[in-house]
Design a protein around this ligand. Structure first.
Ligand code: PEP
Ligand code: MN
Length: 370
């Protein structure tokens, strides 16, 4: 059972005290308080866990701090929708809003290689009005003998350059909980010039200890990639691990499924699940066409398969696109062949804007049915 308190309920108020007192007396029921800082107000939600079936919704609704009560299913307790359209979605981070109505592009380097390429990328993003990017410092590689990423050594220049070019949020994969502290320290050292969204890669979707560590910290939001060989339900439960530890600022990212059926693409594109994730959960949904498609091939009209896949995701309502770019793909240490180049950037942005507008127009066509 979920209790939504009146907005901006003061934890020192009499209403809050009486409400908590009542909850503490319930037999076989424990509670967990979850605060959500919105743009205008703070929302407090209380999750009742345990034997809640015997509780009367009317009685709990009557508690002084409670605005309303929602009976929730076992699945995705925090991140799920539970047939309640009024619950807010998403979060704000470093001045950027991420929710199921927002739209952001995260074009950038799969792997940071040197300051020159990072700067070229960021300069191009700024010139085209972008405020987010992707930059891989810790790379999970199939072979232990290939480039593993520059790790913490590259963080200071990546963050400084992000500040120089007004980049507000960098999606950056971490593969171990110690990387959270390394990122935190590098941001402090450089004077917090930018923000970081911690990415959990598809190989770590069910690394529960990593998920719990990321969920325990409150500084950074996270982007969870769908596991490439598990069900959607299993991946959504992985996201719930983050939220259950206290940090529900999570974006869910589709990135294709590993199967021979996807050939000649690297993975089978699964962007038809964009609306499914939006229906089942309150998470903003991202698509990663680069790691789904994994090549630089184009159709007879000249449009890259990667861009077609991105368009399919956006036209279905994706809130974010994570996409590999590189100023000189032949110099890239990781995933060069699938990277788009700087001259591709304006065309890609125009295309994505068109797809986003089309999605909004599509929504209007169906709004009368609701
Ligand atoms: C990446 O985004 O760089 C990456 C490794 O993606 P994935 O975890 O989806 O393979
Ligand atoms: Mn990659």
């Amino acid at each position: 059972m979920l209790l939504i308190l009146h907005p901006d309920t003061d934890k020192h108020s009499e209403e809050y005290r009486l409400t908590i007192e009542h909850l503490e007396c319930l037999a076989d029921v424990s509670y967990r308080v979850h605060d959500i800082q919105g743009k205008q107000q703070k929302l407090t939600e209380i999750y009742l866990l345990g034997d809640t079936k015997k509780l009367s919704s009317d009685e709990i609704s009557a508690l002084p701090a409670v605005e309303r009560v929602i009976r929730i299913s076992e699945e995705y307790r925090i991140l799920g929708r539970h047939h309640d359209e009024k619950r807010t979605t998403g979060f704000e981070y470093n001045g950027v809003t991420f929710d199921q109505d927002s739209f952001h592009l995260f074009a950038g380097l799969c792997a940071v290689d040197n300051p020159k390429n990072v700067e070229e990328m960021m300069r191009a993003l700024k010139a085209h009005g972008q405020q987010c990017t992707r930059m891989g410092a810790y790379k999970p590689r199939t072979s232990p003998y290939t480039f593993q990423g520059h790790g913490k050594n590259c963080l200071p220049y990546v963050f400084e350059l992000a500040g120089k070019y007004d980049i507000k949020v960098i999606a950056m994969e971490i593969t171990h909980e110690s990387h959270i502290e390394e990122i935190h320290e590098a941001l402090e050292q450089t004077g917090n010039p930018t923000g970081v969204m911690l990415q959990i890669g598809t190989r770590n979707t069910q690394n529960f200890e990593l998920l719990k560590a990321i969920g325990r910290q409150k500084q950074f939001p996270s982007l969870l990639k769908r596991g490439f060989g598990i069900t959607l339900n299993e991946s959504l439960n992985a996201a719930e691990y983050l939220a259950s530890e206290g940090n529900a600022n999570v974006v869910f990212c589709l990135r294709g499924m590993k199967t021979e059926a996807g050939n000649p693409h690297r993975n089978l594109v699964d962007f038809a699940h964009v609306p499914v994730v939006k229906r089942l959960t309150r998470m903003p949904v991202c698509v990663d066409p680069s790691h789904s498609v994994g090549n630089h091939d184009r159709d007879p009209s000249g449009i890259l398969d990667v861009i077609h896949a991105a368009a399919q995701g956006v036209i279905s309502g994706a809130n974010m696109v994570l996409i590999d770019f590189h100023p000189h793909p032949s110099e890239a240490f990781v995933d060069g062949p699938q990277a788009l180049t700087i001259p591709d950037l304006p065309r890609f942005l125009d295309d994505m804007e068109l797809c986003r507008e089309t999605y909004l127009k599509r929504q209007k066509i169906y709004q009368t049915d609701l």
